[in-house]
Design a protein around this ligand. Structure first.
Ligand SMILES: [Fe+2]
Length: 170
């Protein structure tokens, strides 16, 4: 990684190089999580069948741009911290729970998968926020905003799941 600056404070200071590199690695992982979420949400906004699936599909379709925006923000922050945004060959899929279900009418599978993806993001982003405490307020603010989006999205899907459970469908 390039030497940063002659700053004496903050994440770009020489003495915080190790910390900066650690934050960059977590930001790269966050970037991949967002990219995979975009792929999963595109598939799950198209695949499901049935009347009940429509609302879920529309909600996921709307969220794709937001998740793509998150990926772009993580990429930009990696660059600002003197890292390099990884190429596609470094991608490794993790969202086993968001693969297409056996039956495309299985909307509950999709809802549970979305909740699990958002939970993974929420845990990872909380980790970045903790790590940036006291050293990188810009990353901390940015990730806090993104965390807010993920928490709101998970809450929405928990509401969908509750409705299915109330009707004995989940
Ligand atoms: Fe996101």
């Amino acid at each position: 990684m390039e030497a940063a600056t002659t700053d004496s404070r903050g994440v770009l200071a020489q003495e915080n190089t190790a910390k900066r590199e650690e934050i960059v690695e977590l930001l790269k992982h966050a970037y991949w999580m967002e990219i995979e979420t975009v792929m999963s949400y595109i598939a799950n906004s198209v695949n499901p069948d049935g009347v009940r699936a429509q609302e879920i599909k529309e909600s996921l379709a709307e969220d794709i741009q937001e998740e793509l925006g998150h990926a772009q923000r993580f990429a930009e922050r990696v660059k600002e911290l003197y890292g390099v945004v990884p190429g596609s060959e470094e991608f490794g899929a993790e969202q086993s729970y968001l693969q297409p279900p056996e039956h495309q009418t299985d909307v509950v599978h999709v809802i549970r998968g979305v909740i699990e993806a958002e939970t993974g993001a929420i845990e990872h982003y909380n980790r970045i926020i903790e790590l940036s405490e006291g050293v990188d307020p810009v990353t901390q603010d940015m990730v806090t905003e993104i965390l807010h989006d993920e928490e709101g999205h998970r809450r929405l899907f928990e509401g969908f799941l509750r409705e299915y459970e109330a009707e004995g469908l989940a």
